[in-house]
Write a protein that binds this ligand. Structure first.
Ligand code: SF4
Length: 274
């Protein structure tokens, strides 16, 4: 059995930076909270918890200590609420996501309507929407475009959006009025998607490793599944079921941007020993 890792797989710059920052401030003597999962990976969340970083879903009960802002970012009101409570914020938002916040903030203040192309339930999109007073029109499907108001719009993307969807929706929007368009899809995402596509075409089985809640991992899975019917999504080595895999001559491995190297290596090392 031959095992090939995709050329680009695993931690991206923003996720690595967030995890490094959190581990640097981790201390068992001090209260440190993470507002939501720092990154979408349960194994990393568990590792951070062992270092004393506690996951919280609301700052309401917190009266002191440091609060980590997740890599996906948060809306403006979160910073205001922390300031009101005198909480120290450790901002682990990916700088590329912060750039989207700045664009939205600035165009909203200029009177533009904001359109976000992405998943309205994803924390990153919820955070971006929090920079235009939660007024954005959020689209995730070409058929969702409704009537637009008679004003200029600023269009941004969830950083993990599939390029084809971005192209289709912005193309349709361009015929609907004045649009200032910022392609904010992160190259880390497209690089991982392209490397996965190249690999999925030439293997018998594709294994996509990453959190079940990780949007970019799920998209990698969808892309691979289209090209290689025998594609599976796992979080960690123990999720592997080898029954059908033993028949595979070549196995490809890819991993979402929030999957740490140690989890990828564990799966890889296990497979090459089969
Ligand atoms: S995928 Fe891109 S935008 Fe998202 S955290 Fe990674 S580097 Fe940042």
């Amino acid at each position: 059995m031959k095992v090939i890792k995709a050329e680009k797989a695993g931690f991206c710059f923003g996720v690595k930076r967030a995890v490094d920052m959190a581990l640097e401030v981790a201390s068992k003597d001090k209260e440190i909270y993470s507002y939501g999962q720092l990154i979408h990976n349960d194994q990393v969340t568990q590792k951070l918890a062992e270092k004393g970083i506690l996951l919280i879903e609301s700052i309401e009960p917190i009266t002191s200590g440091d609060v980590i802002v997740r890599s996906h970012g948060v809306g403006k009101s979160f910073y205001d609420a922390c300031e009101d409570k005198n909480l120290n914020v450790i901002n682990c938002t990916c700088p590329f996501v912060e750039k989207v916040h700045r664009i939205v903030d600035s165009y909203y203040k200029k009177g533009y309507g904001i359109i976000i192309i992405g998943d309205k339930n994803h924390p990153e999109v919820i955070g971006i929407n929090g920079w235009c007073n939660n007024s954005a029109l959020i689209l995730n499907d070409i058929d969702e475009i409704l009537q637009l108001e008679d004003k200029p719009y600023c269009v941004v993307a969830q950083t993990t959006l599939k390029y084809a969807l971005w192209e289709a929706i912005t193309h349709k929007l361009s015929g609907m009025g004045a649009m200032t368009v910022f392609n904010t899809i992160c190259s880390a995402t497209s690089e991982r998607q392209e490397a996965a596509m190249v690999l999925a075409k030439k293997v018998d089985c594709m294994i996509v490793i990453g959190g079940y809640h990780s949007s970019n991992t799920r998209k990698l899975y969808e892309i691979c599944k289209e090209l290689c019917e025998n594609t599976i999504h796992i979080e960690k080595k123990s999720d592997l079921v080898m029954t059908n895999m033993n028949k595979c001559g070549i196995i490809g491995i890819t991993a979402g941007a929030s999957t740490p190297d140690w989890i990828i290596d564990e799966v890889y090392d296990f497979l090459v020993q089969q």
